[in-house]
Design a binder for this molecule. Structure first.
Ligand code: NAP
Length: 247
């Protein structure tokens, strides 16, 4: 590592929502956060500003996680400029909800490409540098619906269930190189993604949560940061639900 005293953390979809909270959970003098976004460049600049205000350093790029080429270029730049990647958080995700009977093929493809292939692209790109370092922490953001299913979200639930299988397989493949891979499965968290839900759907969701409230992005970020820390060195291949007791 050219810069062994700094932990290099890569977060996908760091411009808004959970991704921004995750970037901030890592922000500090010992860490450089590299994140990407797809469209919201003003929001990305704000995330970088907040990381710096917290005493950390940041770099960011517009990179579509669904593009193998763009992800490969992003990771190459990080390794060239910072010497390696210690932590990867696969957070970028989208929804295109609809009942299967009505679902457009494009909506199926977009969600699988971004959520599942995007995670695969990033894992594949960081695997070699992490193997060389003999150190790595991979945290994939899945969802409770990857375990439970959800009417109207067949594409999204399938992508999130896929992430669980991906996580467990990668954990087994990379354990001998001191690389862990775990998944965090949030329930209902208030972000742009859930802001558009009809009031009735939100009320129904809250009624299913024993703790009686939505999760905060910072709570999901705290668990993510823990799984990337040395305290979690003996945890791999796990899916940890953080849903107020929803499942
Ligand atoms: P959000 O507020 O909609 O933010 C999504 C983030 O992903 C944005 O930064 C967005 O970038 C980025 N992104 C989307 N498509 C991308 C692409 N193709 N390439 C690169 N970046 C892309 O969503 P959120 O609620 O924070 O969700 C974050 C993750 O948590 C997702 O994986 C989601 O499935 C999961 N999750 C959320 C909840 C919840 O209740 N909110 C529950 C369970 C799981 P731009 O700014 O460029 O659009």
């Amino acid at each position: 590592m050219s810069n062994p005293e700094k932990r290099i953390v890569m977060v996908t979809g760091g411009s808004r929502g959970l991704g921004r909270a995750i970037c901030l959970a890592f922000a500090g003098p010992d860490t450089h956060v590299c994140f990407n976004y797809n469209a919201a460049d003003t929001a990305a600049r704000e995330t970088a500003r907040l990381i710096e205000a917290a005493g950390g350093t940041a770099s960011f790029e517009q990179v579509d996680v669904a593009s193998t080429e763009q992800v490969g270029g992003f990771v190459k730049t990080i390794v060239r400029e910072h010497g390696g990647v210690h932590v990867l958080v696969n957070n970028a995700g989208i929804t295109r909800d609809g009942l299967v009977v009505m679902m457009k093929e494009q909506d199926w493809d977009d969600v699988i490409q971004t959520n599942l292939k995007g995670a695969f692209n990033c894992i594949k790109a960081v695997t070699r540098p992490m193997m060389k370092q003999r150190y790595g922490r991979i945290v994939n953001i899945t969802s409770v619906v990857g375990t439970t299913g959800n009417p109207g979200q067949a594409n999204y639930a399938a992508s999130k269930a896929g992430i669980i299988g991906l996580t467990k397989s990668v954990a087994k493949e990379l354990a001998s190189r001191n690389i862990t891979a775990n998944a965090v499965a949030p329930g209902f968290v208030e972000t742009d993604m859930t802001a558009g839900l009809p009031e009735k759907a939100k009320e129904a969701m809250l009624a299913m949560i024993p703790l009686g409230r939505a999760g905060a992005p910072e709570e999901i970020a705290g668990l993510t940061e823990f799984l990337a820390s040395d305290k979690a060195a003996y945890i791999t291949g796990q899916v940890i639900h953080i849903s107020g007791g929803m499942i």
